[in-house]
Ligand binder design. Sequence first.
Ligand code: ZN
Length: 273
Amino acid sequence: MPFLLATDPAKPDRPNEDFAAVGTNAAVLLDGAGTPPGTASGCVHGVAWYARTLGGLLLGALGSDDTLSGALAASIEHVNRLHADTCDLKHAETPSSTVVALRWDGTECEYLVLADSVLVLDRPGVSPEVITDDREAVVGAELRKPMDALPTGTPEHDQALRDYVAALAEHRNRSGGFWVANTDPTAAHEALTGRLHLDEVNALALLSDGATRLADRFGLATWRDTLDTLAADGPAALIAQVRTVEDSDPHGQRWPRGKTRDDATVIYGHADA
Ligand SMILES: [Zn+2]
């Protein structure tokens, strides 16, 4: 299955905290999370380092016979070892990441989805199947209300965002809360996993939540529209559409959101490409 990949940082002068890569039998997409600028994290490397290091190790580990969850757990432990000597891995704001992973052979594809990045399956004749873990959104819905009441880009909103991130951290990787990749390898076993025959799908898309806003936040596109844009014009065109809409609402008055723009990343695989 041929793949197309596009990624765009929220701001050109800030590190892209998404990471995506496609190998010969596997693909990974991660959306690093945590610590807005000015917040202590205990990690001298930062969120972008965490996402690309975990993603690179995971892509390699998917070449083993281990399960997807097992490969992710081993990769989380591997990253821990890489910075245990320099960083405080017990810090509440230690970098974390979503993970979407695929691994395929000639006929079948396995998938893993941890936290709120999205895997969309385009099956012939039916509505798109959207696979994502919404537990963080459920927990966050109450916690984010004070932030969403303030105009994006103001000092008050920035402070409310820091408060929100700190409150959310209390629920991270706890039973009854939500699960992401950070330092606890058991989070890997909380991921949604499945398997499909490659001939069941026309296409599939992996998206960070910065790239899904038209469909899941702004209400300006359906998932079918999203897949149609990807099929016709490719991942960079979808991200460009998101940027146009974001720039039309720079203060988040029409669409309240934590960040005016977010890092946006798409991997698109199409059976007929
Ligand atoms: Zn570190």
